[in-house]
Write a protein that binds this ligand. Structure first.
Ligand code: UDP
Length: 412
């Protein structure tokens, strides 16, 4: 997990931020905090919890993390839910809803230890709320996905579970729903000291570049993402082909799978096929725990893309901004919180738009540096793990004082 202590973050975020965390922790230390999600590896939620759980413990908060179990059929259903909640067209059958209910029942029978405050992440484990009458505590449903325009059938199915919680948490106001429970807005975060984000020497970076067969002398345009259609890897390929008409560069599309995403292999095959035999297109399938390699590959990149069609937040954007990279992102979901267009990065709506921005950036090192520097400060202010911990501690406090008006926090 992590061998860092909160004090290690003082030089990055300042003393005041860390001191405040200690003050807040003093108020909630008597409460046990539990996180529950559906995968321990792959994807943004696992990424955040891997780093944050040990830091919360370091702060003296008794924090646990449980992962629900599910078979392939269950994760195929929840991936269809995921796509449908993102507004995609999916045919959801009664049998699929039954698979969800049955796996929920199995996990309810399996999991017997619950915290005083339980944060359940995303739709997959949402049904565990059925345990609440028996075990008590305060339950929060944490939604990481972009549910601005959900398929009503799937949302209505999920809503019945969600409204059993004490509160819900979304990454940005655009995702707020009509719900009978309070909704809190909490964006995700990255850990600046993790292997994914910590500083690397130039030698470390160049060693990884050489290992993956990239040319260090020529520009590299990169997208690091699970191979998922909503990340639009084919759109990135199309943009690359347009860029190449005007500017030399290499394209790096790198990503691995997540245990709760069964579609990865299919999409990877589509990408490989579309890439053809262009020696400047590098499609890398990364194994889990490739954090240092990903860190180095992003640092070696001239431009980072995240051309998502839907995106809850997009930690890959945060990770690239922290490394002072010029980022071009799809103008969707949480990417819009991070890329303030023309200031901390560029928002685009099409492969053509992405290509135009990329050409401008490839031709203008000063522009790359200016947006990269602004992006790093934007992340330091808003999207580091210390801010995220603060929000969770405040939420624990709010749960303790439920019913009292905390207007600063709630949108209701
Ligand atoms: N990631 C990774 N290996 C990969 C692809 C992605 O470790 O092969 C990481 C990436 O660096 C980021 C997270 O997984 O930390 C993805 O989070 P994001 O919010 O961008 O997207 P999600 O996968 O949750 O939709």
């Amino acid at each position: 997990m992590t061998d860092h202590h909160l004090d290690d973050y003082r030089p990055i975020v300042g003393d005041q931020v860390i001191d405040e965390l200690h003050v807040l922790a003093d108020h909630v230390r008597h409460r046990r905090l539990q996180h529950i999600n559906s995968t321990s590896v792959g994807g943004g939620v696992a990424e955040i919890l891997t780093r944050m759980v040990p830091l919360l413990r370091d702060l003296g908060i008794d924090t646990t993390w449980d992962v629900i179990k599910g078979n392939q059929a269950f994760f195929a259903v929840t991936k269809a839910f995921h796509n449908a909640l993102h507004g995609g067209k999916e045919s959801i059958t009664e049998e699929m809803l039954d698979v969800f209910r049955e796996t929920t029942a199995m996990n309810l029978a399996d999991l017997n230890d619950y915290g005083d405050v339980v944060i359940v992440h995303d739709p997959q484990p949402a049904g565990l709320i059925a345990k609440r009458p028996e075990v008590g505590g305060r339950w929060i449903w944490r939604c990481h996905i972009d549910v601005a325009t959900p398929d009503p059938r799937v949302w209505n199915f999920l809503q019945k579970y969600v409204e059993g919680y004490d509160a819900s948490m979304f990454s940005m106001p655009d995702f707020a729903q009509r719900l009978s429970i309070p909704q809190y807005m909490v964006p995700p975060s990255i850990d600046p000291l993790s292997d994914k984000n910590r500083d690397l020497t130039n030698d470390e970076v160049q060693a990884v570049v050489a290992r993956y067969g990239l040319d260090p002398e020529r520009p590299i345009v990169t997208q690091i993402s699970r191979f998922d259609r909503l990340k639009d890897p084919l759109g990135v390929l199309a943009a690359y082909r347009l860029i190449r008409r005007r500017h030399d560069c290499q394209l790096l599309l790198a990503g691995g799978g997540a245990t709760d995403d069964p579609e990865g292999e299919e999409v990877l095959n589509e990408v490989r096929e579309a890439a053809g035999n262009d020696p400047d297109i590098h499609v890398l399938e990364l194994p889990p725990f490739s954090d240092l390699d990903i860190n180095a590959l992003v640092r070696a990149s001239t431009i980072v893309m995240q051309k998502s069609i839907k995106e809850g937040f997009g930690l890959t954007v945060t990770e690239a901004l922290w490394k002072r990279k010029a980022v071009i992102g799809g103008a969707v979901g949480g990417i819009r919180l991070q890329l303030l267009d023309g200031v901390t990065g560029f928002l685009v709506h099409s492969p053509e738009g992405a290509a135009n921005r990329a050409i401008d950036l490839l031709n203008d090192p000063e522009l790359r540096q200016a947006v990269g520097d602004a992006g790093r400060e934007h992340v330091r202010e808003n999207f580091l793990t210390t801010r995220h911990m603060r929000d969770y501690l405040l939420l624990m406090l709010a749960m303790e004082h439920q019913g009292e008006e905390l207007s600063v926090l709630t949108t209701r």
